[in-house]
Ligand binder design. Structure first.
Ligand SMILES: NC(=O)c1ccc[n+]([C@@H]2O[C@H](COP(=O)([O-])OP(=O)(O)OC[C@H]3O[C@@H](n4cnc5c(N)ncnc54)[C@H](OP(=O)(O)O)[C@@H]3O)[C@@H](O)[C@H]2O)c1
Length: 300
């Protein structure tokens, strides 16, 4: 499908609290490096290339960008690139960040933040992005234990005006219920995609029923995770792609959009052509027989 002129608005809109975004967003994790993300010896991406991708994303109507202070390579930081490329920020741009994990200055992972350390992580994002408040902050969780203390700390920062809306990431339905008892939750950001964690289907639906956005990550990279997307795809995906003159990545994004109006994919890329194609996937409408074919693959 021709992609260059398709705007992110083609995917429809969803509201994160009082902030309305086009459903196709952008994940900034791929920008600081080429190749595998989140490794200490990552190869820094060309700065002009990364800035160009961010500016093109906004030109194409993307107004939901996901980032984190821990997205950096030896010479580039996703937050710094976002600030350099996009500040002064467009009025409608929603920047969502994540706290919880962190890496030391050489890129090695540190233990996840305690409740008392979260304020420092929020302030680090504020400094790097050049903002006085953050639009959306996700608490990124590991394990199934209680998040009440940490989410409560973020709720306090929201009350103090440092954060507009809260989300949670890498979580269970029990975490969502626990968080909602403390403060409103506008989004859940979990790994999910075609054939990726079908056991999340009920949680995806339940988020929609509660008016909570579900933001899937690795919708394209799938099992490739931090290393990125592989070559080729399943025959079912190829069949649907051929029928639309689309790419397998576009079919994967479109499939997530068909899971419900509250599903907001944030595909990441460092390539302008991939960005345009990912945004254009918002205009791809899959037929019932195509969805049934992909559903069988998803459940296999
Ligand atoms: N909450 C969490 O725990 C968590 C964890 C991981 C990620 N995230 C967020 O989720 C976002 C999405 O994950 P992701 O960046 O891995 O995105 P993704 O959409 O799953 O996949 C990105 C991979 O697919 C490739 N790709 C992108 N567009 C393509 C296209 N049109 N055709 C072929 N290949 C394509 C990219 O390589 P190229 O650069 O070559 O295009 C990269 O290898 C991240 O950027 C980050 O913001 C959150």
């Amino acid at each position: 499908m021709t992609s260059q002129t398709i705007n992110a608005a083609a995917s429809g809109t969803w509201s994160l609290g009082d902030l309305t975004v086009n459903r196709i967003g952008f994940g900034a994790m791929r920008l600081p490096q080429t190749g595998e993300a989140l490794v200490a010896d990552a190869v820094p991406r060309d700065r002009a290339e990364a800035i160009g991708v961010l500016r093109r994303a906004v030109e194409l109507g993307v107004n939901h960008i996901d980032t984190a202070a821990f997205y950096f390579s030896p010479l580039r930081s996703a937050n710094e690139l976002i600030s350099r490329a996009l500040a002064p920020y467009p009025e409608d741009l929603v920047i969502a960040t994540k706290v919880g994990p962190s890496r030391d200055a050489s890129g090695e992972w540190l233990p996840h933040a305690t409740a008392g350390q979260l304020r420092g992580q929020v302030e680090e994002n504020l400094r790097q992005l050049g903002r006085d408040h953050l639009d959306v902050v996700n608490l990124r969780v590991v394990g199934t234990g209680s998040i009440a203390e940490r989410f409560g700390a973020l709720a306090g920062l929201r009350e103090a005006g440092l954060i507009r809306h809260l989300g949670i990431s890498n979580v269970t339905p029990a975490h969502l219920a626990e968080a909602q008892a403390i403060a409103p939750v506008v989004c859940v950001q979990n790994m999910y995609g075609l054939g990726v964690r079908p056991e999340q289907d009920a949680f995806v639906r339940s988020c929609g029923e509660q008016g909570v956005a579900f933001v899937p990550f690795y919708a394209i990279a799938a099992g490739g995770r931090e290393a990125g997307a592989g070559e080729g795809d399943h025959p079912e995906v190829m069949t649907v792609a051929r029928a639309h003159g689309a790419t397998p990545a576009q079919v994967r994004i479109a499939w997530t959009l068909h899971r419900g109006p509250h599903v907001l994919p944030i595909p990441g890329t460092g390539k302008p052509t991939h960005l345009e194609s990912n945004v254009a996937a918002g205009a791809l409408r899959l037929s019932e027989p195509e969805l049934a074919l992909l559903e069988a693959l998803h459940r296999r």
